[in-house]
Design a binder for this molecule. Sequence first.
Ligand SMILES: NC(=O)c1ccc[n+]([C@@H]2O[C@H](COP(=O)([O-])OP(=O)(O)OC[C@H]3O[C@@H](n4cnc5c(N)ncnc54)[C@H](OP(=O)(O)O)[C@@H]3O)[C@@H](O)[C@H]2O)c1
Length: 211
Amino acid sequence: MTTAIIGTGGLGSVIARQLASGGETLRLSSADTESARTLAAQIGRAAVVAVDNRDALRGAGAVVLALRFTVLKGVIAEIADPLTGKLVVVPSNPLSTDAHGNVTRVLPEGQSSGKVVAGWLPTGTRLAMAFGTMSADLFESASNRSPEPAVLFYASDDGRAGEEVERLIRTAGFEPVKAGGIEQSGRLEVGGDLHDLVVGPAEARSLIGGA
Ligand SMILES: NC(=O)c1ccc[n+]([C@@H]2O[C@H](COP(=O)([O-])OP(=O)(O)OC[C@H]3O[C@@H](n4cnc5c(N)ncnc54)[C@H](OP(=O)(O)O)[C@@H]3O)[C@@H](O)[C@H]2O)c1
């Protein structure tokens, strides 16, 4: 199946490599296409570079918006029409980094990225907050763990989105565990109790229950 990945930086490139190694076909897009081209060359035949963000969605059933929170709203507005009917996966934490590398939270405490992004999406899209629950390095090293797979938590209000993101999570080499609806997505984000955890399914389910 085909998934679009918009944003091929630190996290998007790792997600793309993991999905491609699990058999997914990818359409890649980035701000100036250079990083998307470099990544597509590394991945090989499973990845093509789209002309622009809208073109990335052509023929894709799902899109991962691997973008910094501060550019998400603008990109969603740019691709709003072709987003209809697709699974939208968002890994973004509500953070901003200044020119000196200082990281600050851009939403008030208690307000999650998931809740805000849900309000930006056009009607008819299916949102899952996923793939941003651990650092890119940890994501890469914890994938395809054996004998017990590591868990990737996700949050969604939509049953079909849940099934679709679970397929992507398995393709990337993890076991999916739902933390709850979008109102639970703060638990997955930076500062949340489920962020940056590498756990197996049994521990994951007990953590969910223990909220
Ligand atoms: N990195 C991590 O370890 C990590 C872990 C968990 C969650 N996250 C979340 O994942 C998101 C991405 O983080 P990152 O570290 O991957 O950021 P990053 O390295 O800065 O990459 C951002 C990507 O977005 C692309 N981009 C920027 N504006 C765009 C636009 N208008 N249209 C299309 N692409 C655009 C950039 O394109 P160019 O390459 O052309 O500049 C770049 O490929 C963030 O919200 C972060 O909170 C990151």
